[in-house]
Design a protein around this ligand. Structure first.
Ligand code: ZN
Length: 211
C-alpha cells in the first residue's frame, strides 16, 4: 500500500476525518517528512566524507561539541533530540570538521535508540579516520517519555561511547569530559539519567547504556 494511503488510513483509525480541509494534504506532507527524517538509510558514509581526509602530523585531541541532532525513537516513532559531542585523537589523518555533523545526521536520520546511535557514530569515525581513539557523548530529550508523561523517568538521557585511547586512558577521557562540561554526568558515573527510551513492555529487561 502506498505510504500516503497508509497515513490516510492511520488518520481515520485515530478518529479523524481524513477528508476534512486541514488534513487534505497531510498524508503527502507526512510522507515527505518521514522520508527526510529517515534519509539516513540511503546515505553513504563514504559519499558524505567525500575524501575530506587529510594527512597531518598532529596528535592532539580534536573536539566538535554541541552538534544538534534529531532522531526518531524506534519504539514509538517519536522524536528524540539534543546535543552530540565528538572527539578523536588522530594517528596520522584528520577529517574535515564540517563532515562530523554530517556523519551525525547520517545515523540520526533513522529509527534509533540513543545507545546504538552513539556507538554507530563512534564506530564510523574509528573505521574511516583510523584515529588513536574516539569519544562520542550524546545528551537527548525523548518525547516518547516527556509527552506521554512516563512516571519517574527522566526524559533526558546521556549515552557515551569511548574507544581506543578514550577507553584505555582515564586522563584523556577526563580531559574530553571536562572540555564538553556535561549538563549531567555520564553513564557509569552514577549521576546520569541512564535510561534512554524504553518501551513499556521492555522495562523489566532494561535498556543498557553504551560505554
Ligand atoms: Zn520511545
Amino acid at each position: 500500500m502506498p505510504m500516503q494511503d497508509l497515513i490516510k488510513r492511520l488518520l481515520a483509525e485515530i478518529g479523524e476525518d481524513p477528508e476534512r480541509e486541514g488534513l487534505a494534504n497531510t498524508p503527502k506532507r507526512v510522507e515527505q517528512a518521514l522520508k527526510f527524517l529517515t534519509s539516513g538509510y540511503q546515505a553513504d558514509v563514504d559519499t558524505v566524507i567525500n575524501n575530506a581526509l587529510f594527512t597531518v602530523d598532529y596528535s592532539e585531541m580534536v573536539i566538535v561539541k554541541d552538534i544538534d541532532f534529531y532522531s526518531l525513537c524506534e519504539h514509538h516513532l517519536l522524536p528524540f533530540f539534543g546535543k552530540c559531542h565528538v572527539a578523536y585523537v588522530p594517528s596520522n589523518k584528520v577529517i574535515g570538521l564540517s563532515k562530523i555533523p554530517r556523519l551525525v545526521d547520517v545515523f540520526s536520520r533513522r529509527l534509533q535508540v540513543q545507545e546504538r546511535l552513539t556507538n554507530q557514530i563512534a564506530n564510523a569515525i574509528l573505521e574511516k579516520v583510523n584515529p588513536l581513539g574516539v569519544a562520542v557523548v550524546m545528551e537527548g530529550t525523548h518525547l516518547c517519555m516527556s509527552m506521554r508523561g512516563v512516571e519517574k523517568q527522566n526524559s533526558f538521557a546521556v549515552t557515551s561511547a569511548m574507544l581506543g585511547l578514550f577507553r584505555k586512558n582515564a586522563r584523556t577521557r577526563m580531559e574530553f569530559l571536562e572540555l564538553i562540561r556535561l549538563r549531567s554526568g555520564v553513564p557509569g558515573s552514577g549521576s546520569a539519567a541512564d535510561l534512554a527510551c524504553i518501551a513499556d513492555d521492555e522495562r523489566a529487561g532494561g535498556a543498557g547504556t553504551a560505554g
